[in-house]
Ligand binder design. Structure first.
Ligand SMILES: [Zn+2]
Length: 193
């Protein structure tokens, strides 16, 4: 049962890893953007995938005309080809008050636009640590499968499952490394689990 759960989680994690890798590659050619406008308090929440990372941003318009003109009309999903203007999306421009970048992790906050009328903060997480994390479980699963396959193969060839020493003369215990050798019944129980 535990092994089955492990396999299911590893499969889900592998699927997630593949999606993240695809998004990562896509992010260098396309800017995917989802905007939610909170009309009641002139606030915009934005989730972006661009240039190797996922970015969450909150934009607050100090001036009402900017709110209507710049942001209000752009709600929902948008996809654009990437361009040098994306730097504005990264909020790394001259108007940024505070900008930190470490290994692709970015945090920015400040004011931008004419008369510094747009207040914002944004946080950006690169795809690489997310892809790396999601690859841990599938890699672990693959290693455990290879280990199980090697062990079964060695037992079938009458070799020690640990050190591959020839066990034909001593079928119960390995004289080389001291490992006990499971009986045929014990082997079947292990395989069924
Ligand atoms: Zn051995």
């Amino acid at each position: 049962m535990r092994r089955r759960l492990f396999t299911i989680f590893a499969a889900i994690s592998l699927l997630l890893c593949i999606c993240l890798l695809a998004l990562w590659l896509r992010s260098y050619r396309h800017l995917d953007d989802y905007k939610i406008w909170q009309i009641e308090n002139d606030r915009l929440c934005e989730l972006l995938s661009l240039r190797g990372g996922i970015q969450l941003a909150r934009v607050e318009c100090v001036s009402q005309w900017l709110a209507d003109d710049m942001l209000h009309a752009n709600q929902g999903w948008h996809t654009f080809p990437t361009s040098p203007d994306d730097d504005w999306q990264l909020f790394a421009g001259a108007g940024t008050a505070d900008f930190r970048n470490y290994l692709g992790f970015r945090f920015a906050s400040g004011r931008i636009g004419a008369l510094a009328a747009v207040r914002f903060w944004s946080i950006r997480i690169p795809f690489w640590p997310l892809a790396l994390l999601s690859a841990v479980l599938p890699t672990w699963w693959l290693c455990s499968m290879v280990r199980a396959w090697t062990r079964t193969r060695r037992l079938r060839l009458a070799l020690c499952p640990t050190c591959a020493y020839d066990l034909r003369a001593t079928p119960n215990q390995c004289p080389e490394c001291g490992s006990p050798v499971p009986t045929r019944n014990q082997q079947q129980v292990t395989t069924n689990n």
